[in-house]
Design a protein around this ligand. Structure first.
Ligand SMILES: Nc1ncnc2c1ncn2[C@@H]1O[C@H](COP(=O)(O)OP(=O)(O)OP(=O)(O)O)[C@@H](O)[C@H]1O
Length: 271
């Protein structure tokens, strides 16, 4: 660990104990000798929309991948909804979490990826109903009703019977958003969800997400290079650099009065 690892803990973070949905405690993630996250502490309060910004390679996506348990940390703990994701308690001791425990905690988390990741051989409706039926045990009728409501929400109520390849990238990403929401997760993770889209399709996807952010109480943790979108939807923006939160605050504060030199440099390069 670097000698000044305590600095990340001094960053004020509005998430308060009791209402926090996500908590990282001293999380270390390394790839070989590359220390991507260095004793990272951060939390996200229930119902808030938090955006991670920062230079390429600073570890933003790694945080989302840890939450999806696509990768595991070398040290530290992660909690979601008060339950350990990384560990489970057995006989009063914390031990590394087993698959069954991880699956249970992860039900609370939905993710939308850069590359949509829809099932190409399934029609749109089935893409959305598959997990609610198989994982949550919903009946086919219940799952289809939920899927149709969500397709209406993302403006694709008339495309239930299309295959993903018959849709534009923007439409596919809106299906992916509906699919994530169909699991009724407590938190929605958004990983640069517009970066694979043609420019003219970006606005439609961001409008849907703005709508969801403003009309639902879902917690959102978002990695984006779309600074206007971050400004619009975020309650809190976290500026990342080298796996640390170096500055956090409201979008107004971060975008108009950044305190940290690295934040100013980053924003002047991207705005
Ligand atoms: N599977 C992997 N194997 C090895 N190194 C990896 C792997 N995934 C990520 N990394 C490294 O971890 C670091 C952080 O990557 P991450 O994708 O989290 O950054 P990021 O801030 O999201 O960047 P970007 O904005 O470019 O997406 C980078 O140095 C990256 O090369």
């Amino acid at each position: 660990m670097s000698a000044d690892s305590s600095t990340s803990q001094e960053i004020p973070n509005p998430a308060v104990d009791g209402s926090e949905l996500i908590r990282f405690d001293k999380v270390v993630k390394r790839y070989g000798s590359n220390v991507v996250l260095d004793e990272l502490d951060f939390s996200v309060a229930s119902g808030k929309h938090v955006t991670l910004i920062g230079p390429s390679g600073s570890g933003k996506t790694t945080i989302l991948r840890l939450l999806m348990t696509l990768v595991r940390p070398e040290q530290g703990t992660i909690k979601v909804g008060g339950n350990y994701l990384t560990h489970e308690e057995k006989n009063g001791k914390l031990v590394p979490a087993g698959e069954k425990h991880v699956r249970e905690v992860r039900k609370n988390i939905g993710m939308v990826f850069q590359q949509f990741n829809l099932f190409p051989n399934m029609k749109v409706l089935r893409n959305i109903t598959e997990a609610p039926v198989n994982v949550l045990g919903l009946s086919k009728d219940e799952a289809e009703q939920r899927a149709r409501e969500l397709l209406d929400l993302v403006g694709l109520g008339d495309r239930c019977d299309a295959y993903p390849t018959q849709l534009s990238g923007g439409q596919q990403q809106r299906v992916a958003i509906a699919r994530a929401l169909a699991m009724r997760p407590q938190v929605l993770l958004l990983d640069e969800v517009t970066s694979a889209l043609d420019p003219e399709l970006v606005a439609g996807v961001l409008d849907v997400l703005r709508d969801i952010a403003h009309t639902t109480d879902i917690t959102m943790l978002c990695v984006t290079h779309e600074m206007n979108f971050a400004r619009d939807i975020s309650d809190q923006v976290l500026m990342f650099d080298s796996g640390r939160v170096i500055e956090s605050g409201t979008p107004e504060k971060i975008f108009t009065e950044p305190e940290h030199e690295r934040t100013r440099e980053f924003l002047s390069a991207v705005l």
